[in-house]
Design a binder for this molecule. Structure first.
Ligand SMILES: Nc1nc2c(c(=O)[nH]1)N[C@H]1C(S)=C(S)[C@@H](COP(=O)(O)OP(=O)(O)OC[C@H]3O[C@@H](n4cnc5c(=O)[nH]c(N)nc54)[C@H](O)[C@@H]3O)O[C@H]1N2
Ligand SMILES: Nc1nc2c(c(=O)[nH]1)N[C@H]1C(S)=C(S)[C@@H](COP(=O)(O)OP(=O)(O)OC[C@H]3O[C@@H](n4cnc5c(=O)[nH]c(N)nc54)[C@H](O)[C@@H]3O)O[C@H]1N2
Ligand code: SF4
Ligand SMILES: [Mo]
Length: 672
């Protein structure tokens, strides 16, 4: 038996270092790496028995060609050579008939390794394919945060061990960021309090000292109400404001409308609670706000994040040990992304499409239409909003679809050619994190299963087949890994440590704020001239939006035992989540004659989905929560949750509005 180190590749801020035990070429167990400074030997329940995912019966092992109808999932085995020949022939034909922009690659976050996640870019750049902007996950949060703070960095996550007040704002950390919460436990022992602000009482809220329910989409108003009280009660730090921020006079003038009373009307948070929250924040020694991504997936998401990020500026929290705020740590990694993106291969400024609107892109584009679709690291039939449109688009007869996947997913069933992908345990990569500051390279732990190939190997082989002779198409992954970090080329010791897979920190995140903020003004920006240039209101603001029809506001946040759709092939985890469920308040259930838990229909103008209603007071009246995204073969009616969500975009960054939709409920027509 041997032990090998690797890194969890999933889209999770924790990016755990893993120790895998391998026997006869097979992974027999996985455990946390106790030497990792942030994850400290713990893995979540999803990855603790990762062998079940690697060796799942749903794994794809060979290339295949479709023989049935699209969506049916009937395929015949072919060789890699045949697959590559067919793909290149179809690509050349499509490009000569239309333009190169008829080709489009939909990428997801199935594998967060820097190389595998981006390995398709050189190929599609060289080809001149349509490009994408925005994504399903967090672009509104990225941009909103950057307007205030200047870069995707924040307080060091470990420093939460020294806070006296943690505010978890729109994040279910127990499920999606457990290692940071482990550091907070140390603060808790010293008497620190935890407040959770969330529309429903999620697992994290259940552990809070104070849970504050909020009406979805109204967070900016609550943050502005806190600012109103902080200013009115002189709980701000004028010296800090003068030295480290810009735009306070303008902000102060704009606050008068956010009285606690009005904030109560908007947010549903009682006026006295707005006051109490602001006082706790203003009086804390070092308050720390963990800003979740959840609240950014709405039409007001970017502005909400930008507004919350202003709070630490009023009390000087970013410069108090244990205080501040954190959204992402992504910019704590100085990386030469050109080494893998190869944007210089672009023949011209090619067409840009909104990734979130995959269905519309497939159905409504004409100049040229998309006729060749590639899918890498994603399961868009399930994870994209308005999945009815996505499915309709994928059914187009004149569309040639190539899906490179580890599993027999819903998206695979629409493919013309299916290609088997390695898991991260079978391939090489470099992992940064968006929730901590450590970098780690990993070599394969086991050989690829069946004929699986990594994204890098596939796209380089395809490039060679197309006759692309640019340097990237003959590089090794190790070469690319080193080019990502030019500093290692001159520092032998660091280079060896990196290649050996040691955990490394390349930037001291505290130093980023040592002399100010990485914004255009060098200060935390209450007033952002850049926002004004970009067409936004330059100050934090709460804006009204139109509501769709429907009785309840639907939230679709992550489930505890799965991660997006990536664990649908692991039966043991699926069983823990039991069945596709919608949590509703008993009052809303009663209004539709639903008296007890059971299957119901949830619908809006986009479609209808059968879900198990769980009646619970953890959900406030007027809101409904469906955690997790299920593979359709595990649902009672074959309808995925995202049939109900809209492909409208966020206010900033072309993101998804997955938590900003309305639905109605009805009892099942008859017991079936
Ligand atoms: N209703 C609802 N919808 C959501 C969300 C939600 O909370 N609720 N969350 C949204 C968010 S935040 C996100 S980030 C997206 C995620 O959406 P996606 O990016 O589509 O993520 P997954 O659905 O997990 O699908 C990732 C797929 O990539 C495959 N994969 C993994 N590693 C590799 C690899 O190395 N190579 C290849 N070729 N394939 C690989 C996995 O097997 C998996 O099927 O979903 C969004 N959609
Ligand atoms: N177990 C598990 N872990 C995961 C994932 C998973 O699917 N399962 N997904 C991974 C991915 S891709 C991501 S992006 C991260 C996401 O991790 P988080 O940052 O935690 O964000 P979400 O889980 O999307 O949303 C968390 C909370 O946001 C709340 N929320 C929704 N709308 C609003 C609002 O308007 N205001 C407020 N205050 N709160 C709101 C939801 O109710 C939910 O409780 O987690 C990652 N980790
Ligand atoms: S999913 Fe997150 S918590 Fe679980 S092992 Fe991976 S990085 Fe760690
Ligand atoms: Mo995500």
């Amino acid at each position: 038996m041997i032990q090998r180190k690797t890194v969890c590749p999933h889209d999770c801020p924790d990016t755990c270092s893993i120790i895998a035990k391998v026997e006869d070429g097979k992974v027999v167990s996985t455990k946390g790496d106790p030497t990792h400074p942030f994850t400290r030997g713990a893995l979540c329940s999803k990855v603790l028995r990762y062998g079940e995912r690697i060796y799942s019966p749903d794994r794809l092992l060979y290339p295949m060609r479709r023989v049935g109808e699209k969506g049916e999932g009937r395929f015949e085995r072919i060789s890699w050579e045949e697959a590559l020949d067919e793909i290149t022939a179809r690509l050349k034909q499509a490009v000569s008939l239309h333009r190169s922009e008829t080709v489009y690659c939909f990428q997801g976050s199935g594998n967060m390794g820097i190389i595998q996640m981006n390995a398709h870019f050189p190929f599609f750049h060289k080809l001149g394919a349509s490009r994408g902007r925005g994504n399903l996950c967090s672009p509104a949060a990225d941009i909103g945060w950057n307007y205030t703070v200047g870069a995707m960095v924040g307080s060091r996550p470990e420093s939460v061990a020294k806070t006296d007040l943690l505010i978890v704002w729109g994040s279910n950390m127990v499920s999606s960021n457990m290692h940071m919460l482990a550091f907070f436990k140390e603060a808790k022992k010293q008497g620190a309090q935890m407040i959770v602000i969330d529309p429903y009482k999620n697992r994290t809220a259940k552990q809070a000292d104070w849970y504050i329910p909020i009406r979805p989409g109204t967070d900016a108003a609550l943050a502005l109400g806190m600012m109103y009280v902080l200013v009115a009660e002189d709980l701000i730090d004028p010296a800090y404001i003068a030295a480290y921020t810009i735009g306070f006079p303008e902000l102060e003038q704009s606050l008068w409308t956010y009285t606690p009373k009005r904030v109560e009307e908007i947010t549903g948070v009682p006026a006295e609670h707005v006051q109490r929250l602001a006082r706790m924040y203003g009086q804390a020694r070092a308050p720390f706000i963990r800003v979740g991504i959840g609240l950014s997936r709405s039409r007001r998401g970017g502005m909400a994040i930008r507004t919350i990020a202003c709070l630490p500026g009023l009390v000087g929290a970013f410069h108090k040990p244990g205080g501040g705020a954190l959204m992402f740590t992504s910019d704590a990694f100085p990386i030469n992304m050109d080494a893998i993106l190869c944007a210089d291969l672009l023949p011209r400024e090619t067409r840009i499409l909104d990734n979130v609107r995959l269905g519309q892109n497939l159905l409504a584009l004409h100049d040229p239409p998309i006729t060749c679709l590639f899918v890498t690291g994603s399961n868009p039939v399930l994870s994209c909003p308005d999945s009815g449109l996505v499915r309709k688009g994928l059914l187009r007869d004149d569309l040639f679809t190539v899906v490179h996947e580890q599993f027999m997913t819903d998206t695979v069933s629409y493919a013309d050619i299916v290609l088997p992908a390695t898991t991260s345990f079978e391939s090489e990569d470099v992992f940064k994190s968006y929730g901590h500051t450590y970098l780690q390279r990993a070599e394969p732990v086991i050989a690829p299963l069946g004929e699986a190939r990594s994204n890098f190997d596939f796209y380089m082989a395809l490039g060679n087949k197309m006759g692309f002779s640019d340097a990237i198409f003959s590089k090794s992954m190790e070469q690319v890994a080193l080019e990502l970090f030019p500093r290692f080329q001159t520092d032998n010791r660091q280079r060896e440590a990196f290649l050996a897979g040691q955990t490394m920190e390349l930037m001291n995140i505290e130093e980023v704020f040592a002399h100010g903020f990485p914004t255009p003004s060098g200060k935390l920006e209450f007033y952002s001239a850049q926002m004004e240039k970009d067409g936004y209101f330059p100050l934090p603001v709460y804006l009204e939006v139109d509501e769709e029809e429907g009785d309840l506001h639907l939230l679709t946040p992550p489930a505890h035992f799965t991660l997006n759709t990536s664990f649908g092939g692991v039966e043991a985890l699926r069983e823990k989540e039991r069945r596709p469920t919608i949590q509703i308040h008993p009052v809303d259930a009663m209004a539709q004659g639903i008296e007890e838990d059971g299957w119901i229909e949830v619908y809006n103008r986009r479609g209808q989905v059968r879900l198990w209603a769980r009646l619970t007071e953890d959900i406030p009246p007027g809101t409904a929560v469906a955690e997790g995204v299920w593979w359709t073969k595990h649902t009672p009616d074959g309808n995925p949750i995202n049939l109900l969500t809209s492909d409208r975009l966020t206010d900033m960054g072309w993101g998804s509005t997955l938590h900003d939709n309305r639905v109605s409920l009805r009892k099942m027509a008859h017991d079936s």
